[in-house]
Design a protein around this ligand. Structure first.
Ligand code: G
Ligand code: G
Ligand code: MN
Ligand code: NA
Length: 253
């Protein structure tokens, strides 16, 4: 309850912020960012979303928090569009199940795009498998409505949930994201390597792009490249950074 009140207060007092992590293609070119929420608690310092997202989900606060994240990320996207060295960036935003299942999710996203002036073609929504398995028709309808406006979809943590391959092909996705759990030991665990290889082949045959997350070493990157995966995210390139630091990183890159 203490943490719950803390979260409520944090929303009212603007204690959340976004960090940005680069998404690379080919290892040099920064094509986009993933926005990752942080809570700067005056008492506890920086709190990881691992600690507060589950509680935010339970209490329903995730709806306001998710709205804030989307609004902030799109505001940033619109600002970057006015700067030559950043105008090409896409921004990926994590969507929680609760948020996606709201009846007016599509309208909410469109309203944020409208208010912020962000280019829908540069917004990528990260969904997870678990939120796509029930009411598939409804899921497809929502995704299609947003896709019709230009919004892209990436399937986060792919391979960790219940991926029924038969519905996967029906979803209007753009990208599969290889979970970092398969990347971590990809050089030493042949099962992880086999799964990564399968995800990459699956993406290719479904006409989707694929990105690997949690890439920490050049050896992992090279191995993934050998399997045909050329988009990466991870500490090797860039940690999730506060806005100013991320922009400085971009200038140097
Ligand atoms: O950054 P990391 O510690 O940055 O994130 C931990 C977890 O929190 C990840 O599973 C990530 O998807 C999730 N997360 C980070 N930012 C957001 C957000 O804005 N919304 C939701 N729903 N999850 C987020
Ligand atoms: O679930 P999602 O993919 O949204 O969460 C991304 C999480 O992975 C965040 O917690 C982010 O901080 C973390 N992360 C990003 N890059 C790396 C990395 O190279 N190594 C590890 N261990 N974690 C990473
Ligand atoms: Mn994500
Ligand atoms: Na993930």
């Amino acid at each position: 309850a203490v943490l719950e009140n803390g979260l409520r207060e944090a929303l009212e007092q603007n204690q959340f912020l976004l960090h940005y992590q680069a998404q690379m293609v080919g290892g040099r070119q920064i094509t986009g960012v993933e926005a990752l929420v942080r809570w700067r608690d005056p008492r506890r310092g920086m709190v990881s979303p691992v600690e507060f997202i589950p509680l935010a989900e339970e209490t329903g606060l995730i709806l306001s928090l998710g709205q804030w994240v989307l609004e902030t990320a799109c505001t940033q996207l619109a600002r970057w569009a006015t700067r030559a060295e950043m105008e090409h960036l896409t921004v990926a935003v994590n969507v929680s199940a609760n948020q996606f299942q709201q009846g007016d999710f599509v309208e909410q996203v469109l309203a944020v795009l409208e208010r912020t002036g962000a280019n829908p073609n540069r917004l990528k929504l990260e969904l997870t498998e678990s939120m796509l398995i029930s009411n598939v028709e409804g899921v497809i309808a929502k995704m299609s409505a947003l896709k019709g406006r230009g919004v892209c979809f990436s399937l986060d943590d792919f391979g960790t949930g219940y991926s029924s391959l038969s519905y996967l092909k029906r979803l209007p996705l753009d990208q599969l994201k290889i979970d970092q759990g398969f990347v971590r030991d990809i050089l030493i665990d042949s099962n992880d390597a086999a799964i990564a290889k399968m995800v990459i082949a699956l993406a290719e045959s479904l006409g989707l792009s694929v990105i690997a997350e949690g890439v920490e070493t050049e050896a992992q990157r090279d191995f993934l490249a050998g399997l045909g995966c050329h988009a990466y995210q991870g500490y090797l390139f860039c940690k999730p950074l506060p806005l100013e630091e991320f922009e400085a990183f971009l200038q140097r890159a």
